[in-house]
Design a binder for this molecule. Structure first.
Ligand code: PLP
Length: 446
């Protein structure tokens, strides 16, 4: 029998109780922390208050999903109104239709869209739809890129120097113990932004490849944008060989009004979306070319991809998401991106002033800080050995406990539209003190 949770119990006790009923005490690897995870009590705007009543400035924004910060009044109002009318029906809704229209009107490559419950599901549906459309089994993905927790999408997500193999033909490395060999055999791994090597790799699998999947600004690869030439080369290769180009814009949709794809000459055949389009609620969506998206159409005499989901397109998410995306209009995107540029400039000044070997990469309203004087260009350069991971943990702990600022565990920040110059100053000044405090250890890494 579980112990009763009393009011005002501390994080340590809560964690011990949690470990009795949840393996490792948490349901998300991301929020695991030693000696215990942090427990939230409430949040508003760009601030989160923990169970001890300490308020922190939030640059994590639930892993990039809260584009307007916490509890935005317009989203709350719309959701409250929908809540009173029910939360889920075994029926289609106007909320779903309105949101589908918004996304199709906003992103030119999205002619049709289907909703699901997470970015993982969106990527999974995208990969399966590509196989269904082409009748081919293999998908190519970039080494080190995170695409959620679908077996195939996870391959080579955490390759390391001991198993990643030759860059001319990177190994398909499993993430989860017990991943079937057939999964690994059906994934093709290529190096980011390296046209020559990537095309040579794709050529070797041309007859079997359904699609090439890319995150245009992959976080774990270093949060560096893909070059226009790289995307164009892959697009042309895909066109020549009857394969599809897939974008995972689960995170990068925030980069531009039409997502990161607005910066590229070649557009994807399908795009997986998530995070910000849920307005703070669980979400995923897959959009793309009408002829490709037909694989989902139950009116077809031969339905290639029957797709369902008990909570897919639920009216709470689609209502919140529509309001969030309406608020994130062209002006809001431009203003947020400009504020992010100011933030990056100020952090670069802090780096200079502290004279530490640190660099910064990013796009749109996101950036990542690297413990190296020059920014990484590839996953293999961005790869962090255990020692570096430990130092980053110390820096993040300093920011959390001394500066009361939350960042993402890769030492990255995701901005929100409710932030102002005041929050930017607080972050850059806090980082300056953090760099000075750890100057010795940072210099040793150089
Ligand atoms: C690029 C990318 N794709 C897919 C996902 C999976 O999204 P979710 O966590 O909603 O399943 C994530 C999550 O961080 C992501 O960063």
């Amino acid at each position: 029998m579980s112990q009763k949770i009393e009011p005002n119990q501390n994080a340590d006790t809560l964690f011990q109780m949690a470990c009795e009923v949840i393996p490792g005490g948490v349901s998300r690897h991301t929020v695991f922390n030693k000696p215990h995870p942090y427990y939230a009590s409430k949040a508003k705007g760009c601030f989160v208050t923990d169970i001890d009543g300490i308020e922190r400035l939030d640059f994590a924004n639930n892993m990039a999903s809260l584009i307007h910060g916490h509890a935005h009044p317009a989203i709350l109002e719309a959701v409250m109104e929908q809540l009173q009318r029910g939360t889920a029906y075994t029926m289609a809704t106007v909320a779903e239709l309105e949101f589908a229209q918004l996304l199709c009107n906003r992103i030119p490559s999205v002619e049709k869209v289907r909703f699901m419950n997470s970015g993982t599901e969106a990527v999974m549906a995208m990969m399966k739809a590509a196989r269904a459309f082409t009748g081919r089994p293999k998908i190519a993905k970039c080494e080190g890129a995170y695409h959620g927790t679908y077996d195939f999408a996870e391959v080579s997500q955490t390759s390391n120097p001991g198993n990643w193999g030759d860059l001319n033909s990177p190994n398909s490395v499993p993430l989860v113990f017990g991943t079937p060999q057939s999964v690994l055999d059906n994934m093709v791994i290529f190096p980011f932004n390296d046209i020559e090597k990537t095309i040579a790799i794709l050529d070797r699998h041309a007859a079997d490849l359904a699609a090439v999947m890319l995150d245009p600004v992959p976080h774990r690869v270093g949060l560096i944008p893909a070059t226009n030439e790289f995307i164009s080369a892959i697009y042309q290769w895909a066109r020549k060989h009857g394969a599809l180009l897939l974008f995972d814009e689960v995170v990068t949709l925030r980069v531009g009004y039409e997502g990161a794809q607005e910066h590229y000459d070649s557009k994807p055949d399908m795009t997986a979306m998530g995070k910000i389009i849920g307005g703070g609620f669980p979400v995923g969506a897959l959009g793309g070319r009408s002829d490709v998206m037909k694989v989902f159409d139950p009116r077809e005499s031969r339905l290639l991809f029957p797709h369902s989901g008990t909570f897919s397109a639920n009216p709470i998410t689609t209502t919140a998401g529509r309001v969030a995306m309406e608020l994130f209009d062209r002006n809001a995107v431009e203003n947020l991106n400009a504020l992010t540029q100011t933030t990056i400039r100020q952090i670069e000044e802090a780096i200079k002033l502290a004279a530490v070997p640190i660099s910064i990469t990013g796009a749109g309203s996101m950036f990542r800080i690297h413990l190296s004087a020059t920014p990484p260009q590839t996953y293999r350069q961005a790869f962090q050995p255990k020692e570096v991971v430990g130092i980053i943990e110390n820096l993040l702990n300093y920011m959390y406990h001394k500066e009361n600022i939350m960042m993402i565990n890769t030492f990255a920040c995701m901005m929100s539209t409710v932030m102002t110059q005041m929050e930017v100053d607080r972050l850059s000044e806090g980082l300056y003190r953090c760099f000075m405090h750890h100057k010795d250890v940072l210099e040793k890494l150089a």
